[in-house]
Design a protein around this ligand. Structure first.
Ligand code: CP
Ligand code: NVA
Length: 305
């Protein structure tokens, strides 16, 4: 106990968040000088949901900084047969130096963290995706030369990705505008925390059901899937509710001329984003995906270094 965890962007002071982004820029510019940053550290990665980017970028981040990654699917662990997260945490703590965990309820992460003596990193929960937001902020900063004063419009479901963007953008002085259909707004406690962040940072937070209100003049357009992992049974119903919330050429026309388009991926072309916008000249999604690697290197180095 006493070790730092990374369960939410809210766990970070603004200065720590900026330091992580600076670290990520350094890791990206000079990867070879980071080759021993976490030498000898054992990192267990537990996945209770599928993953492409998070899984591979964490494994590469760990091994390319001299550590060893142990990838564990929950159905291969006793966790899948009913062993509690607390007992799992107590045991793994005896073997490894950090736990990276993708799961459902945020409370599972909190229980694991309180039973563990090593840092626990949230690799996505139903509530938040803080590692994604780190890469998003690094990407915007590198494309735009800064973050303060920029407007970031998120259009779609008020989900885990939206929550972490709200928290990160508002800490860093951005104007974060979120447009969702009625009934799909971000959680009110996250909105409140973000509004408080914005008071300190000079940013702002707008929550609306009017797409144009969010995207008019925006510097960054962002979207994510309409049905997240665990919501597959709602997919059909959501497709109808979210129809007007697609990032397409009409949306792009309302944004700033120099707008960048972002998506955490995986994308569903023709649903939350049109094919032309996803694959068009304003899209930065591949650089954004790459930056998962660099930001997670900075995160691991900070927690373990
Ligand atoms: N963006 C993201 O977390 O992707 P994966 O689900 O593939 O890890
Ligand atoms: N909101 C999505 C993000 C996937 C990276 C989900 O939770 O499935």
């Amino acid at each position: 106990m006493g070790e730092r965890d990374f369960l939410s962007i809210a766990d970070l002071a603004t200065g720590e968040l900026v330091d992580l982004l600076d670290g990520a820029d350094k890791a990206k510019a000079r990867p070879s000088s980071w080759s021993s940053k976490i030498k000898g550290n054992q990192v267990a990665l537990i996945f209770e949901k599928p993953s492409t980017r998070t899984r591979v970028s964490f494994e590469v981040a760990v091994t390319s900084m001299g550590g060893h990654a142990i990838i564990l699917r929950s159905d291969e662990l006793q966790l899948g047969r009913g062993e509690t997260v607390e007992d799992t945490g107590r045991v793994l703590t005896r073997y490894v130096d950090a736990l990276v965990v993708r799961t459902f309820e945020q409370e599972r992460l909190e229980k694991l963290a309180s039973a563990s003596n090593v840092p626990v990193i949230n690799a996505l929960s139903d509530r938040s995706h803080p590692c994604q937001a780190l890469a998003d902020m690094q990407t915007i900063r590198e494309k735009k030369g800064g973050l303060e004063g920029l407007s970031l419009a998120y259009v779609g479901d008020g989900n885990n990705v939206a929550h972490s963007l709200l928290l990160a953008g508002s800490k860093l002085g951005m104007h974060v505008r979120v447009a969702t259909p009625a009934g799909y707004a971000p959680r009110s406690d996250i909105v409140l925390m973000s509004q408080q962040n914005a008071i300190d940072s000079g940013g702002s937070v707008t929550i609306t059901e009017v797409v144009a209100e969010a995207i008019s003049g925006a510097d960054v357009l962002y979207t994510d899937v309409w049905a997240s992992m665990g919501q597959e049974s709602e997919s059909q119903a959501r497709t109808e509710v979210f129809e007007r919330f697609q990032l397409n050429s009409d949306a792009l026309a309302l944004a700033d001329d120099e707008v960048i388009v972002m998506h955490c991926l995986p994308a569903h072309r023709g649903e939350e984003i049109s094919r032309d916008v996803m694959d068009g000249s304003r899209s930065v999604v591949w650089d954004q995906a790459e930056n998962r690697l660099h930001t997670q290197k900075a995160l691991l180095a900070w927690l373990l270094g």
